[in-house]
Design a protein around this ligand. Structure first.
Ligand code: PHE
Length: 460
């Protein structure tokens, strides 16, 4: 049955390439920028523990389910869901799941490329020696000056959007594959090197304590929800990115093994980023709870001080840009694949169209750090970055987990069990049964409870 379906858009050339592409999608700003700052905002250890549990029992099983659906359908998420629902004798309305995913991807891309634009600007600053002599105050002032200038932000946001469109326009094989092979290992290496610096700040133990010593009195309902949402965000789940990558995956490749590898690498990069950043934060008297600027304030201090900081700082922000780039591609690929399949558009046209739309939408985020900033309460915490916060909460906290829940329900309850056995290809042993139980009962239930429980936290 599956054998008959062929992807219109080509296929990954090997198992390794799928791993690299999926890791490229997963590892991004979520790991290096977002994980440290939300950990800081939510008090550290207990939050990290909840996040790790969410990855293990909700994220990984749903990631397998999402790849499985994609590979079986072999089309863009909207069409894949339509097709698989028909195959299972269920309602074509399941294609709405694909639509919600496309919208979520576009919304995330709109702000993601603004933040990635910060990193592009920091590449030049680092190379220029702008960080030399930075302390907590001057690093904070430098960051503040950048984000309060909408023109600069819109410009770098445009540059990053163009980079993404260029790769997506070239298609699955020629753009992306080559880049990730070199860049992912380089990012690992540089983080390891920065860890060497963090160890020598004299505050490494404080960093570890903050990250890994759970203090449950600091865990709020908002923290739990943020951890859940971040598990989806960081693994690129719940909006079709991983589904569309699955649709280009060769049939012989093992879904379980590859997904474990991807999830472990993603988690490692996040934890390493935390172990680099918090010692620097404590050593320089910065606030862990300072929000989205955390990484952009703490790391420049380190680069300004260490020997070879010019080189390493430049290299580091280059790698952050690349990590963001390989993620951004997967944010718009579901929409682009759909336009190619259903509107007969050329890939280039579709990519430019979606890119332009995301750029315009991104201006809302650009402005939210200066003239359009406003504050509101969510779950007892005050958010001050206006529409950026709204978009972030809407997508990560609601759209991705609900999308993931629907994916789990589809794989666990709607699809024929035999079809899932066939796709996973590990037989019906203990491994399969654990996965099946997790997607059928545990993940939908856990996500459902957490979301229902959070509805009363919304501003009224
Ligand atoms: N996983 C990416 C990151 O951590 C972000 C992303 C989310 C990418 C959803 C695709 C889909 O930065």
């Amino acid at each position: 049955m599956t054998e008959k379906r062929v992807s219109l858009h080509g296929m990954w050339s090997s198992r390794l390439v799928f791993i690299l592409a999926a890791t490229g999608s997963a590892v991004g700003l979520g790991n290096i920028w977002k994980f440290p700052y939300i950990t800081g905002l939510n008090g550290g250890g207990a939050f990290v523990l909840v996040y790790l549990i969410c990855i293990a029992i909700i994220g990984i099983p749903i990631m397998m389910a999402e790849v499985l659906l994609g590979r079986r359908g072999r089309r863009s998420p909207i069409n894949t869901m339509m097709e698989l629902a028909r195959e299972a004798g269920s309602s074509p309305r399941w294609s709405w799941l694909g639509w919600v995913g496309v919208v979520a991807g576009i919304l995330i891309m709109s702000y993601y490329s603004v933040i990635a634009g910060w990193a592009v600007a920091y590449v030049l600053d680092a190379a220029d020696g702008a960080f030399v002599g930075f302390d907590g105050d001057s690093a904070g002032a430098h960051f503040g000056a950048m984000v309060s200038n909408p023109g600069t932000l819109a410009f770098w946001h445009a540059i990053f959007t163009i980079l993404t469109v260029l790769v997506v326009a070239r298609g699955v094989r020629s753009g992306l594959e080559q880049a990730v092979k070199v860049l992912m290992p380089a990012l690992f290496l540089l983080l390891a090197l920065l860890m060497g610096y963090a160890v020598n700040t004299g505050y490494f133990a404080d960093g570890l304590h903050f990250l890994f010593d759970p203090d449950f009195s600091k865990l709020t309902p908002e923290g739990v929800l943020t951890a859940l949402g971040h598990a989806f965000f960081t693994l690129s789940l719940g909006m079709g990115a991983i589904m569309v990558y699955g649709s280009y995956m060769p049939k012989k490749t093992s879904i379980s093994k590859t997904i474990f590898t991807v999830a472990i690498m993603d988690t490692l990069v996040a934890l390493m980023a935390g172990m680099v950043i918090f010692p620097i934060v404590f050593a320089n008297g910065l606030q862990p709870a300072s929000g989205p600027g955390l990484v952009f304030v703490s790391l420049p201090i380190a680069f300004g001080e260490m020997s070879g900081g010019l080189l390493f700082g430049t290299l580091f922000f280059v790698l952050v840009v690349f990590a963001a780039w390989t993620s951004a591609i997967s944010l718009i690929e579901p929409a682009v694949a759909f336009l190619v399949e259903n509107r007969g558009m050329r890939r280039t046209t579709a990519a430019v169209l979606i890119g332009a739309f995301c750029w315009v939408l991104g201006l809302v985020t650009v402005m939210s750090f200066s003239s359009w900033s406003f504050s509101f309460e969510f779950a007892g915490a005050t958010k001050t970055d206006g529409m950026f916060d709204v978009l972030d909460i809407l997508t990560s906290t609601f759209m991705l987990p609900l999308g993931g829940m629907a994916i789990a329900i589809f794989a666990g309850w709607i699809m024929q069990r035999a079809d899932t056995v066939d796709e996973l290809g590990v037989g019906e042993g203990a491994g399969y049964r654990v996965w099946y139980t997790l997607v059928r009962y545990v993940s939908p239930f856990a996500v459902g409870i957490l979301i229902l429980n959070s509805l009363h936290l919304l501003p009224t």
